[in-house]
Design a protein around this ligand. Structure first.
Ligand code: ZN
Length: 365
């Protein structure tokens, strides 16, 4: 079992992390006081952290989402967005993340009068500042943005256009998120077709709480390159009492085409999509060699980091560095940054550092 220190030092790649789900509690409090937001349940950082995370009655999506009311409320000015984005990068770098794609929905940050473009430029300049700070601190990290459209709203085409407009300034793709049931991905077909025509990238929250039709539409109608969560793909997999596994047509397609699954195990337990970590399909999907990646989703609401998430899964499933390296390589291969950049990170950072950690753990055993 890797030690906490080794987990921290292991290079990580994060593809699914929400900007409004990862604020520092202290920052939420300070920003609330700056903008005059009086809705926080407490002004004490530790109590607030507990409120967001461990006090949350588990397996309750509505209560889980209530936390975002507060974080989004304090992210309505250029300065606030820039600060949150910078701190996000610094926190990820301190956790050993070497490449991350962090997503946010520009349309949620216009209540204070900001234009969609200003929301994006503020976040991107925060990312730049964070990357500069991390590099100066000798923990270099590359962070790119994914622009999310809310599936319950009707602005997805506009958000897709915005993502394309900022593709050379730090935005690497497009995403759709929000309540799945009743809001099929095909509602946003024009946005996904635009992304496709522009030779750009799209991922899509699909198959988190809702079933196979959502995954099927995401892949076969919207041409999503990755699946946000995608955990319900297990509904198309049968495991017989003998242990024999049969994949349905859709599950076969997902595995054969190497469709990356952006899995977020702890978040799935908290929202009630999965009962417990031990019962999470990530282990079955790993064994069947789907292209599984490991992610945080919402670091504040789920009280997780990449290191803690890796540690929990090593504990529950007996994983070691070989598994962690495999997940990390899967994620790097599935990133929306250019191929040569992915290859460089794999060859010069990920593989050498895992080789070092593996050698180190062999020496101590
Ligand atoms: Zn998500």
């Amino acid at each position: 079992m890797p030690t906490t220190d080794q987990l921290l030092r292991a290079p990580k790649v994060l593809l699914h992390d929400h900007l409004d789900g990862g604020l520092r509690p202290q920052t939420v409090i300070e920003l609330a006081s700056e903008c005059g937001y009086a809705g926080l349940p407490t002004n004490e950082p530790e109590a607030l952290a507990r409120w967001f995370a461990s006090d949350v009655p588990r397996r309750d999506l509505v209560r889980y989402l209530a936390g975002f009311t507060h974080t989004v409320a304090v992210m309505q000015t250029k300065d606030a967005l820039e600060r949150v984005a910078k701190e996000c990068v610094e926190d990820l770098a301190a956790d050993g993340v070497v490449y991350a794609e962090v997503r946010f929905a520009p349309e949620l940050h216009t209540d204070g009068g900001l234009e969609l473009e200003s929301v994006v430029t503020s976040v991107l300049s925060g990312f730049e500042a964070g990357m500069a700070a991390a590099a100066a601190n000798r923990s270099p990290i590359v962070v790119r943005a994914l622009l999310t459209a809310m599936r319950t709203a009707a602005r997805s085409l506009e958000i897709a256009e915005l993502a394309v407009a900022f593709r050379d300034s730090g935005v690497c793709g497009f995403d759709v998120a929000g309540a799945e049931a009743g809001y099929p991905p095909t509602r946003h077909l024009d946005a996904f077709q635009l992304i496709q025509r522009e030779n750009f990238h799209a991922t899509l929250h699909a198959g988190e709480a809702f079933g196979l039709p959502s995954i099927w539409e995401a892949l076969q109608w919207c041409n999503a390159e990755r699946l946000g969560h995608g955990v319900r793909i297990v509904d198309d997999i049968t495991v017989a009492a003998s242990g024999e596994v049969t994949l349905g047509r859709l599950a076969s397609y997902v595995r054969d085409r190497r469709v990356p699954l952006e899995m977020c195990p702890t978040s799935n337990v908290h929202t009630g999509a999965v009962k417990s970590l031990a019962e999470h399909p990530i282990e079955l999907l790993r064994r069947l060699r789907f292209r599984v990646t490991l992610n945080t989703d919402n670091r504040l609401m789920s009280d997780v980091t990449m290191s803690s998430e890796m540690g929990s899964l090593c504990e529950v499933f007996g994983w070691g560095f070989t598994d962690l390296e495999w997940l990390t390589l899967n994620a790097m291969k599935s990133a929306f940054c250019p191929f040569d950049r992915r290859l460089a990170l794999i060859d010069t950072v990920i593989k050498p550092r895992y080789a070092q950690l593996t050698a180190e753990s062999l020496r101590t055993h």
